[in-house]
Design a protein around this ligand. Structure first.
Ligand code: FES
Ligand code: FES
Length: 443
């Protein structure tokens, strides 16, 4: 079986297409001609094949290529370009710690790994660190002396630098990567890359198939139309083009940025950004979406209302990934969405109002409204919206004034780029327009 695996080899993004069961050692030597990794035992007992995998010492003879998706592999050839290597190399030379040299690449990487974790090791700690690396000719005393000597060189930062971009192609690999690195996840980057910081580790999720899918799960029957499952790395352009996506969500996607932004920006990013001005997040709040958050502890399904705690404060743990958005699809539903901004494209919302109504057998079975860019959080007045539930359209018209009065009290905009008074007036006008459009008898 062939597969395509993207990983970093000596800080170069590398694609491997081949048998996922093949040993890393074999691929390093036979395909990439990195022969510094030696083949001794092929059983994990000699350490001659040692490399650093995500900064940790491993035997490359025991690493299957299929497990490397998104990983960093550093061989002695990659490490040889560093200042630390030259300090170790000089220490090994001056202590006569090298004879035939067969074990030395692995021994140096074991030394590097130790010093990265403990720059002032005791002799006992040094012996423990190289205990998996056999030397058949030098004898270990000289090697221990060499490592100790290197550790005493002043001004050396022993940190092992790997590239700061992780590119897993499986969800499992992404979840493990974030658990151990706390890298910042992203897929589109339209927001994050504005403040790109080369000292931060990033986790790119755009290669993960499960996070690029949209499909309808009709097995869940509490919502008549089923649950639309949208991968967090699906772009706005993909949402607009997909036949299963509700029109109101497409309309909101069309309000995001301009074509170049919509081709990159993702629904997951819009939600996890935490902004009260996020167009797509507003619709997900309106439709009572829930979110699947994955971590090495499992999958946590969270109603989106609980995801947003305060302004930009999310119920999202450091090791959790937003993987999927679950949207309940209701049949017999009509929608309203209007965004007010300074211009048509590339503009942040000043006020956004969304609403929807479901009428079944002559009665309103569901009514929802949501307001963006009014306060620091998206507003979703559940209790007031309940006024319409169970009513006919005619009865709803009769409580319309009561509804608008309650909303007038509820909506208390904050001052922003536009005044609070302006926001309130526009918001109430848009809400009135929404009721005009939604509270009409169906044909
Ligand atoms: Fe890998 Fe010996 S060849 S440990
Ligand atoms: Fe020859 Fe170590 S120097 S095996």
């Amino acid at each position: 079986m062939c597969t395509s695996i993207i990983f970093q080899l000596n800080q170069t993004i590398t694609e491997y297409s081949g048998n996922p069961s093949t040993r890393l050692l074999q691929v390093l030597r036979d395909e990439y001609y990195l022969t510094g990794s030696k083949c001794g035992c092929l059983e994990g007992e000699c350490g001659a094949c040692s490399v650093l995998l995500n900064g940790k010492l491993v035997n490359s003879c025991l690493v299957a290529m299929g497990s490397l998706s998104g990983a960093h592999v550093l061989t002695i050839e990659g490490y040889a370009n560093t200042e630390q290597f030259h300090v170790l190399s000089e220490a090994y030379r001056s202590e006569s710690a090298v004879q035939c040299g067969f074990c030395i690449p692995g021994m140096v990487l074991a030394s590097a790994c130790l010093l990265a974790q403990n720059s002032t090791p005791t002799d006992e700690e040094i012996r423990t660190a190289i205990s998996g690396n056999l030397c058949r000719c030098t004898g270990y005393q000289a090697i221990v002396r060499a490592i100790r000597k290197a550790s005493l060189v002043e001004g050396i930062d022993w940190t092992i630098h790997t590239s700061n971009l992780w590119i897993p192609i499986t969800l499992e690999s992404a979840v493990v990567t974030i658990a151990y690195t706390k890298a910042v996840p992203y897929a589109g980057g339209t927001d994050l890359m504005v403040q790109a910081n080369e000292s931060i580790e990033y986790l790119y999720l755009g290669q993960i198939a499960e996070m690029r899918e949209i499909y309808l799960n009709q097995d869940i029957n509490q919502h008549t139309g089923g649950i639309l499952r949208i991968g967090a790395a699906v772009t706005f352009a993909e949402l607009i083009a997909h036949p299963l996506v509700p029109q109101i969500l497409k309309d909101a996607c069309r309000e995001v940025g301009a074509p170049a932004i919509r081709n990159m920006g993702t629904i997951g990013g819009n939600i996890a950004n935490g902004s009260a001005k996020a167009d797509v997040a507003l619709i997900c709040r309106l439709l009572d979406a829930s979110l699947n958050l994955h971590s090495i502890r499992g999958v946590r399904n969270l109603p989106i209302v609980d995801f947003y705690q305060e302004n930009k404060i999310l119920d999202l743990q450091e090791d959790e990934l937003l993987v999927e958005i679950l949207l309940p699809i209701r049949s017999h539903t009509r929608y309203f969405f209007h965004k007010v901004s300074a211009r048509q494209a590339l503009a942040i919302s000043r006020i956004s109002v969304a609403a929807c109504i479901t009428v079944f057998e002559g009665r309103i079975t569901h009514f929802a409204s949501a307001f963006g860019a009014i306060t620091d959080v998206i507003l979703r007045p559940y209790e007031i919206d309940q006024l319409f539930i169970g009513l006919t359209i005619r009865e709803a018209q009769e409580v319309r004034l009561q509804y608008l009065t309650a909303m007038h009290l509820f909506i208390q905009p904050i001052q922003g780029r536009v005044s609070a008074e302006y926001r309130k007036d526009v918001c109430m006008n848009l809400l009135s327009e929404a009721l005009d459009q939604l509270l009409i008898e169906a044909d």
